[in-house]
Design a protein around this ligand. Structure first.
Ligand SMILES: *Cc1c(COP(=O)(O)O)cnc(C)c1O
Length: 364
């Protein structure tokens, strides 16, 4: 059936057992369906290392962006001000949301291959006392850079700012001590490292913060507070829930546990990523992000030379069973390869030999 595997950072290649869960039609108000939602919510809290007395998990229909926007519209009021740290397109998307919602905000922007500077960040927080919230992307999927979350979280805590983390492409694949770091809102989605299919996002929210958000949202469907209040009663979603996606996600969570949890999945991804960067390095294809800043999720590669044609390369690799990703940078020619999902050592080895063939066969 499937003629290729996805080497993209979500949607990604899922197991057939996850896909099979979608062959059943489920009733949204039936207890057995509602209990799936409740089970997912408690499994997510456990994955985040958070206790139900302190945190809650809220699921939100739509792609990951909807869940980020739900947090921005529900958690930042008109009298607050959010500082958005950006070094890629997903951070910039949060800035765009702030504009749409009409939020008071400031942007601290650094180069796409750079970490935010701690001293600069502190200086901004010292200077602008109106800032109440700090928003940052953990793994910037634009480039594959893994931002220094521990350091940013420590600064947010020291300055008593509410911390919002877009951990879309890292949660489930990289351990994040949500409670320990004092993260107030962590956002991710069904179709990334937990290896479900697309259709909803989720927010792990600190209870006392979320409880204060009543009436703040400027959107009905994206009101995180109302979504939580509805779902918390018995697992019933406010509006039609993506039943097939929810069932598949529940299976994906069980499979994550069976694999050995986040530490085991992290190790598989890290190994995939190392093999990929080493393998392509030998073929003269080098990453855009330096090794110590590189995430184990997705890698941006520079075109090896001026004659390199992405379209042709993409087609060649696809015909042989793998789909890769175009680059998202405007100043340099790049392409991206994700190594998350049902992807193993043998896939990366096969991919590297396909690319070697391509380079050798055409002289490119
Ligand atoms: C995937 C992703 C999102 C959400 O994208 P959608 O296309 O809305 O699912 C947001 N932030 C990051 C960092 C992502 O990787």
């Amino acid at each position: 059936m499937n003629s290729y595997k996805l080497l993209t950072p979500g949607p990604l290649t899922t197991t057939s057992s996850v896909k099979e869960e979608m062959l059943v039609d489920r009733c949204t108000w039936d207890d057995s369906y509602k209990s799936i939602t409740q089970k997912i919510r408690s499994q997510l809290l456990a994955l985040a290392g958070t206790a139900p007395e302190q945190y809650t998990a809220v699921l939100m229909q739509g792609s990951g962006t909807f869940a980020v926007e739900a947090v921005m519209t529900s958690a930042v009021s008109g009298t607050d001000k959010v500082l958005i740290v950006t070094n890629g397109a997903y951070g910039e998307r949060i800035v765009e949301m702030a504009r749409y919602i009409g939020l008071p905000y400031a942007e601290y922007r650094v180069g796409y291959d750079q970490y935010p500077d701690e001293a600069e960040l502190e200086a901004i927080l010292e200077e602008d006392r109106l800032i109440t919230h700090l928003a940052i992307v953990h793994c910037e999927t634009t480039t594959g850079i893994l931002n220094p979350l521990e350091k940013i979280a420590a600064i947010a805590k020291a300055y008593k700012k509410t911390l919002i983390v877009d951990a879309m492409s890292s949660f489930g694949g990289i351990e994040i001590d949500v409670a320990g770091l004092g993260i107030d809102y962590l956002i991710s989605s069904a179709n990334k490292c937990i290896q479900g299919v697309p259709g909803f996002g989720f927010v792990i929210a600190k209870l006392d913060k979320l409880a204060a958000c009543r009436g703040v949202a400027r959107s009905l469907s994206l009101d995180l507070y109302d979504q939580w209040k509805g779902m918390d009663k018995d697992g019933k979603w406010r509006f039609t829930s993506p039943t097939h996606v929810v069932a598949a996600f529940s299976k994906a969570l069980d499979e994550l546990e069976a694999e050995g949890g986040i530490p085991a999945r992290y190790e598989r991804y890290r190994h995939n990523n190392e093999l990929l960067r080493d393998g392509l390095g030998k073929l003269g294809i080098h990453p855009y992000i330096s090794g110590e800043k590189q995430s184990p999720i997705i890698t941006t590669f520079l075109y090896p030379d001026e004659t390199f044609r992405f379209d042709e390369f993409y087609g060649y690799v696809k015909e042989r069973g793998y789909v890769i990703y175009p680059g998202k940078l405007t100043d340099v020619d790049t392409f991206r390869i994700g190594n998350i999902g049902e992807i193993y050592e043998e896939d990366i080895e096969r991919l590297c030999s396909i690319i070697e063939q391509y380079r050798g066969g055409t002289g490119r």
